[in-house]
Every structure is written in structure tokens, then in C-alpha cells.
Design a protein around this ligand. Structure first.
Ligand code: NAP
Length: 545
């Protein structure tokens, strides 16, 4: 089936969790909706990221939809942190349970989206030649959906098996009897390295910048515990929405367990801090960072967290040279997304695993048979690239998006993304960006942020209808204010010191602007709710002439 000049009330790009829930809401509101999806199934990030060991670093019971109490009661998660296959099953279950697939076209990549001002329509095209239009266009394209290939000479010369973590093939990949090389030590690598190490003959990890990682303390979920938790699901969800238990959620029934032990690092002595961090470490998960509330705002507090993790790395890794190389010193803990691992550091004690510190022996080039370092050649049968993404703006730049007066989004964002609330943009009327730059998105549990944005978009469309308005757009003043506010908020934290993908620092030539909103899901929701209560302050609703 192919769409030709097809007319819809709304078009959604992407069938990940954001696209799925947006479709659910709009269909319920009586909209005729089409979703275009590049993959041949739903799931978004969980469709593509099939690398070994892939699992969520937010807890299953919190990283799931809350919009339907029946759904949350009936779905059974098996582990504290769900694996990629289990999350993909869940996404498929949701699509089937609500009969959403008939509104979706798969294996269609939207290549262009142009706003026709005279008709007040967004006209889209796909790589399969579909053409369609709708007054409302919603981007659900994900924050981490465009892989970044490393800029290393000779990459295409390699004659062995080569895989990209975020584009993992659907067939089974076998490591037995193979010399495997992994480039990168971000979350994807840190999850896959221990799994590949189990069966590879030899695994060599090529590390440029070490990252901080905390243990997941993963395990099967206890049925009685889950039952008790689900009795209070509404209360837990409410806490997550407002960020009361930290946006990563909490596995304890009693939410007090995750309350920070101190607001400021200066209020807690070294001995007490050590005890508190030890407890958080054992408990596992990224909420380790909220043991003291100013860990991401105060360098001294952060340094104490870093020292604690350095000790843990030295405790876990037998070889002191390897341990030292694994200790990050170039950035504050958490300023690059903290990793959550299962036995990552211990993996370096295996006889078949070695670490190459690229800061000492950089890669000169990739050859037909391996990697040429400054001092030696490493022979490889398989190369795994876990080299990250062109985050947050990359997926927008892949589409030729044009607003009023044929203005290109690429040009508008030439110095960094500009949005109001990460949700809409001046000159791009009726284009909504779910978890767009300028919203908490990647600094939060994505499911919570997705639901909030989708509900807000649904309310916004209802409001427009009530007003008799067909054109929704933020004002220039509100967009400018929001960008200024978001940058000011970020500057009060240690996040900008991370030289991370949050800033676009991993992509050559990308403008360095801190992209996600650092004010937290609770603070952000409060602002959005106030804006709505004040008659959608900062948005203009006008009739189409
Ligand atoms: P990433 O954090 O950006 O890590 C990319 C790695 O590749 C870095 O170690 C980087 O080193 C290295 N690299 C890039 N180019 C290189 C080069 N030319 N030579 C040597 N090394 C190079 O990417 P990621 O691991 O895919 O994770 C990205 C984000 O996705 C995470 O932060 C997280 O938000 C999300 N994610 C989440 C989960 C989860 O929920 N469990 C799992 C995976 C990913 P440098 O730092 O030196 O550039």
C-alpha cells in the first residue's frame, strides 16, 4: 500500500513509544491519523538497539505507560531492568492491544515535510514515494535515533564482521572463537562488553574517554513484591510524574528509601557520606546520584561522588593500570549520562579481555584485518562500533523540514535548537515535537516525558478547536524566553562541563548548546501546567484565513 496525496487530520513521524501513545490519544479524539515509521515494526529505540546486553537503565515498573490502569496491572515485567526483547514485546503488545497498526505504514522514512501556508497543511514525502498532507504534524522521531559513525580513517577497509550497536542485525551474532574489538565505552558498550566477553575468544575494548558506571543490582522481580507495588501503582506514578523519587524511579515499595540523605554535600561529613553512598551503590541504579541533592550542582559534592566511584573501580579491577585507565577524570560524575551496568568493571579481570587506552595509544587507522594503534596492530575478526548518536537534532536534520516562507528548520537551528518548551517552534505552525530539545527528555525517564508531552498536545488541539483556531504557534517572545531560561538553568548545573552528546560535543561541527532541559520533570510539568492555566501563555491560536 502506498499513500498518494492522502489526506489526514494528523501525521505522526515515528512508531516508538511517543508515536504509539500519540496515535492512541488522537484516534480516541476522533482524528484520522497516519503514522510513518522507517522500521518494519513498532518500538523505536527498542526496535533498533538489539546489541548484546541491551536493556533499559530505568526500572521496568516505572518505564512503562501509565495511561491505562488495566494495561499496567496486566503486564508482567520479569526483571528490575527489562531487556530489549522484553521492552519490544511490550511495545508490540500495546500496538496490538489498542489495534493501532492499521493506522501505521512501516518501512517508510519521511524525507520531507513542508508547510503549505496558503492551505494550512503539512505536506510530507517518504523514501518510498508516499505523499500525504495534514494540518497537524507531530514528530515522534526520538532523541537518540541517528547513529554517529567514528571519524577514523579506513573504517570501510575492515574485511571482518562489522556491527553498529544501534543498528544491530536481527540474526544471531556469534562471538565464539573470534577476536572481537569494541570501540566506545558509553552506555551501549558498557552493557554489551560483559555479554560479548562471556563467549568471545578475545575481546579488546578501545576506550577514549572512560565513563562513570554504577551497578544495576538487577534481578528477577519478586511476584509478591510486584503485587504489593501494583496496589499502589497510582501513587507511585504520581511520584514519578513530579520527580519526587528522582526521574529514574524507585524499586522500593516505600518511596522514602530513595530520599536523599542530605540536600547539600557540605551538610554531611565524609564518613556519613561514605555509608550513604555505599547503601545507594548496593541498591543499584542511576538514582545513586540523588544520594545528596546537590551532586549535579556543586563541584565539591560531585568530586566526593567521583572519588567514591574511583575506589569502587580499583576494588573491582585486579590490574591497577587497567583500573586507573577506567577511572574518569575529565568530567564530573553524571555530566555525561551515568551508565548502569551488570558486572562491567569485573569483566576486565577475565583473561580474554583487555583494555586499550586510546589516550596513550591512539588509533591510527582501521585496516582490513584490525586496528592499527600508534604502537601496534590489533588483529580482529569482528568490530563493534558503540560510538553513539547525533543526539536530539540529528533526526530532525535528516528530514527536509520547511515552515513558513519555505524557511528550513536546519537554518533556524544553525546555532543550536530553538523551541518553546521543546514542544513547538516559531515559523513552524502546527508542528509538535514530542520530547524535543528544550524539554527534560533524555534527562528523565522517557516514558514519563512522552506521556506528558502527548497529553499536552492533545489538550492543545482540543483548546484550539474550542477557540475556533486552526493555526497554533508559539510567539517569538516566548521562544526566546524559554531558550534563555533553559540555558540559564543548565548553567547552574555541572552538566555543561561534560563535553557530551547532551551538548552536541560528540559531533564535529555541531553547535555546542546544552539541549535537554535541566529543571527536572516536576519543575517542567509545573511550568507547563501554569502556562495552560494562563490560557496557553506564549502560544498563539488563530483562525486560518
Ligand atoms: P555514547 O555515550 O555517546 O558513547 C559513545 C562512545 O564512543 C564514547 O565512549 C566515545 O568516546 C566513543 N567514540 C566515539 N567516537 C570515537 C572515536 N572516533 N574513537 C574512539 N572512541 C570513539 O553512546 P552510547 O553508548 O550509544 O549511549 C548514548 C546514550 O544512549 C546514552 O548516554 C543513553 O542516554 C542512551 N542509552 C541508554 C541505554 C539504556 O537505557 N540502558 C543504553 C544505551 C544507550 P568519547 O567519549 O571519547 O567521545
Amino acid at each position: 500500500m502506498k499513500d498518494e496525496q492522502a489526506a489526514f487530520d494528523a501525521i505522526i513521524i515515528g512508531a516508538g513509544f511517543a508515536g504509539v501513545y500519540m496515535l492512541y490519544r488522537l484516534r480516541d479524539m476522533g482524528y484520522n491519523v497516519r503514522v510513518y515509521e522507517a522500521a518494519d515494526g513498532v518500538g523505536g529505540t527498542w526496535y533498533w538497539n538489539r546489541y548484546p546486553g541491551a536493556r533499559c537503565d530505568a526500572e521496568s515498573l516505572a518505564y512503562s505507560f501509565s495511561f491505562d490502569e488495566e494495561l499496567e496491572q496486566e503486564w508482567e515485567w520479569t526483571e528490575r531492568y527489562a531487556t530489549q526483547p522484553e521492552i519490544l514485546d511490550y511495545a508490540e503488545h500495546v500496538a496490538d492491544r489498542y489495534d493501532l497498526r492499521p493506522h501505521m505504514l512501516f518501512e517508510r522514512r519521511v524525507t520531507a515535510a513542508h508547510y503549505d501556508e496558503a492551505a494550512n497543511l503539512w505536506r510530507i514525502q517518504t523514501d518510498e514515494g508516499d505523499t500525504a498532507h495534514a494540518p497537524i504534524l507531530i514528530s515522534a522521531i526520538g532523541c537518540l535515533s541517528v547513529p554517529a559513525l567514528p571519524d577514523i580513517p579506513g573504517l570501510d577497509d575492515f574485511q571482518g564482521e562489522r556491527y553498529q550497536a544501534s543498528q544491530w542485525p536481527h540474526h544471531r551474532v556469534l562471538y565464539e572463537d573470534k577476536h572481537v574489538g569494541v570501540i566506545g565505552t558509553g552506555s551501549s558498550a558498557i552493557q554489551s562488553i560483559p555479554v560479548i566477553a562471556e563467549t568471545a575468544q578475545q575481546l579488546t575494548v578501545f576506550q577514549r574517554t572512560p565513563n562513570f558506571s554504577v551497578p544495576a543490582a538487577n534481578g528477577p522481580l519478586d511476584a509478591d513484591w510486584v503485587r504489593a507495588y501494583k496496589k499502589n501503582y497510582r501513587a507511585h506514578r504520581e511520584n514519578y510524574k513530579w520527580g519526587l523519587t528522582n526521574s529514574f524511579g524507585d524499586l522500593t515499595i516505600d518511596v522514602r528509601h530513595s530520599e536523599p540523605v542530605a540536600e547539600f554535600g557540605r551538610d554531611i561529613n565524609d564518613e556519613d557520606l561514605e555509608v550513604a553512598l555505599e547503601e545507594s551503590w548496593k541498591k543499584g541504579g542511576a538514582s545513586f546520584m540523588s544520594t545528596v541533592m546537590d551532586s549535579m550542582a556543586n563541584q565539591e559534592t560531585n568530586d566526593r561522588f567521583a572519588a567514591f566511584i574511583h575506589c569502587k573501580i580499583h576494588e573491582a579491577v585486579d590490574d591497577p593500570v587497567t583500573a586507573a585507565a577506567l577511572c574518569p577524570t575529565s568530567h564530573p560524575v553524571g555530566s555525561r549520562r551515568i551508565c548502569v551496568d551488570i558486572d562491567y568493571y569485573k569483566t576486565y579481570n577475565r583473561d580474554n579481555v583487555s583494555l586499550v587506552n586510546l589516550l596513550e595509544t591512539p588509533i591510527e587507522r582501521i585496516t582490513e584485518t584490525g586496528i592499527q594503534l600508534s604502537d601496534r596492530h590489533v588483529e580482529l575478526d569482528m568490530l563493534v562500533l558503540a560510538t553513539g548518536f547525533d543526539a536530539m537534532t540529528g533526526a530532525f536534520n535528516k528530514i527536509d523540514i520547511r515552515g513558513r516562507g519555505n524557511k528550513a528548520l536546519k537554518d533556524k537551528w544553525a546555532d543550536g535548537p530553538k523551541t518553546y518548551l521543546g514542544l513547538m517552534m516559531v515559523d513552524f505552525p502546527n508542528l509538535f515535537t514530542i520530547t524535543g530539545p528544550g524539554s527534560p527528555s533524555v534527562l528523565s525517564n522517557m516514558l514519563i516525558s512522552i506521556e506528558q508531552h502527548v497529553d499536552m498536545i492533545a489538550d492543545c488541539l482540543t483548546h484550539a478547536k474550542e477557540q475556533g483556531a486552526q493555526v497554533i504557534e508559539p510567539t517569538q517572545l516566548s521562544e526566546d524566553y524559554w531558550m534563555q531560561h533553559a540555558q540559564q538553568m543548565a548553567s547552574q548545573t555541572l552538566f555543561p562541563k561534560g563535553s557530551s552528546w547532551y551538548l552536541g560535543a560528540n559531533i564535529k561541527g555541531k553547535p555546542q548548546v546544552f539541549m535537554p532541559y535541566t529543571g527536572g520533570v516536576g519543575g517542567y510539568r509545573e511550568i507547563c501546567d501554569k502556562i495552560i492555566a494562563q490560557d496557553w501563555r506564549g502560544f498563539s491560536f488563530t483562525a486560518h484565513a
